[in-house]
Design a binder for this molecule. Structure first.
Ligand code: UDX
Length: 441
């Protein structure tokens, strides 16, 4: 099938490359000429396992094109995916200007029937706005060309996006058209073998499904983090409690890992956007507001624990920090807990020696050169002359360090473990002070 994808960001690029990988002919279009030029040279703007390989091979084999030419792109695809950004407005609601601009562009250049599909995470009702932006554009051209607007939200995890796309749990499509349903079945046939993963529903339900999924996952995390905080007060160990509740299949083990808060491009933005959508229609989403509030508080916990340990005085101290990305296997720093922690340290007059396997360039891009931030080439180099070690992201490379080296290198033998990856008793036996999340030790 012929497919056009607007936006070569995270969602657009993965969608385009994976659809090309199974044989569709995909044109990816972006307004950023630099990015398009780099993609044509095989330079992938994000770190995502497996993505570079399929982008390069499909580009070389002619199934994947990159262009800034919107007219050419619109002419190409029967299906036009909108995968441009929906950044949060000041009030937390999603800014739809880029999505609606794409709708107008499609209306400007199309000359046959198009199926327009929103892939970006967009608030309920966006398909209606896309439809009316297109109607306005087509009216201005005085044409009676027909089009469909459907919703097909993505459920990709960063760091596993290609694998998630290739083996989806479900493929949600919001449409009221049999033609769109047939076209979507054809498009996704290669990903829908053995059993049917396609879920067709009305457009608004599809739009809400995406937000509800992310809000549910974020709720699980804030819930366990809240219980972890209670565990600290009552002298319980959240890791035992986690196993105790996870063994109930109605609760399950997944997504109840306590830590220093969730980050990334989805959970914080989507929880706020859903609460904002609710407010706009007159419903106060108290639970969602609380999920967000608990998370914001959780991101300050590492600093608070360190501050308390050093008797409220961190001025002049140097903290070794392992992990900058918002989670392992990505270089993404959006809403990362590490940022809240680093900025609090600076505020308190401390400096940071940090290491992350992938997010060093991104950290440099965000914070630039400054004397109170040293980015080190190895995790061990961070420890030298540092007062304590803090772990913010649970990269595999941090799970089994040489603890004797850690102890010898640090001025104070203290590890603050923001992801509960270490065994407190093992560290205590080695003479290292340990502070985790929700652990009584
Ligand atoms: C998420 C959803 O999983 C995905 O389905 C959706 O399409 C986009 O948002 P992603 O943002 O890539 O994906 O990250 P995810 O792996 O879900 O983790 C999000 C955050 O939650 C991370 O900061 C992670 O550290 C944190 N987390 C996750 C926890 O603190 N505890 C957990 O048990 C799980």
């Amino acid at each position: 099938m012929k497919v056009t994808v607007f936006g070569t960001g995270y969602v657009g690029l993965v969608t385009g490359a994976c659809l090309a990988e199974v044989g569709h002919h995909v044109v990816c279009v972006d307004v950023d000429a630099d990015k398009v030029a780099r993609l044509k040279n095989g330079q992938i703007p994000i770190y995502e396992p497996g993505l570079d390989g399929i982008v390069i091979s499909n580009y070389e084999e002619g199934r994947l094109e990159f262009t800034t030419d919107a007219k050419h792109a619109v002419a190409h695809g029967t299906m036009q995916f909108i995968a441009v950004g929906t950044p949060p407005d000041e009030d937390g609601s999603a800014d739809l200007q880029y999505v609606l601009a794409v709708a107008s562009t499609i209306a400007e250049y199309m000359d046959d029937t198009k199926i327009v599909v929103t892939k970006s995470t967009v608030p309920v009702g966006t398909a209606d706005r896309v439809r009316s932006a297109m109607m306005t554009g087509l009216k201005a051209r005085s044409t009676d060309l027909t089009y469909h607007v459907a919703s097909n939200p993505e459920f990709l995890k960063e760091g596993a996006a290609v694998a998630d796309f290739m083996k989806p749990d479900r493929i949600v499509v919001g449409t009221d058209s049999k033609d769109v349903e047939d076209a979507m079945r054809e498009l996704y046939a290669a990903f829908n073998r053995n059993h049917d993963r396609m879920l067709f529903m009305d457009v608004r339900s599809a739009e809400l499904t995406k937000y509800a999924a992310n809000a549910m996952l974020a709720t699980k995390i804030s819930f366990i983090n809240e219980v972890a905080n209670i565990a600290e007060y009552v002298g319980a160990d959240i890791e035992r409690v986690r196993q105790g509740i996870g063994s109930d299949p109605r609760i399950g083990y997944k997504f109840i890992y306590p830590g220093c808060g969730y980050g990334g491009s989805c959970f914080p933005k989507d929880v706020k956007a859903l609460a904002s959508t609710a407010r706009q229609v007159g419903y106060e989403a108290k639970l969602l507001d609380a999920v967000e509030l608990v998370n914001e508080h959780q991101k300050t916990r590492l600093f608070d624990k360190l501050h308390t340990y050093f008797n409220q005085d961190l001025a002049g101290k140097t903290i070794a920090l392992w992990g900058l990305a918002f989670k392992p296997n990505t270089d993404d720093m959006r809403e990362a807990s590490s940022r809240v922690f680093i900025e609090a340290l600076w505020e308190a007059g401390a400096s940071v020696k940090a290491y992350d396997p992938e997010a060093m360039n991104e950290t440099q891009r965000i914070y630039g050169q400054r004397p109170d931030l040293q980015l080190m080439g190895t995790k061990e180099a961070c420890l030298i002359d540092a007062d304590a070690l803090v772990v913010c992201t649970e990269w595999k490379a941090f799970w089994a360090p040489d603890f004797n080296l850690v102890k010898e290198s640090l001025k104070t033998p203290l590890i603050v473990d923001g992801r509960n990856i270490y065994n407190p008793h093992q560290l205590e036996d080695l003479g290292i002070d340990y502070i985790g999340i929700g652990r009584s030790n």
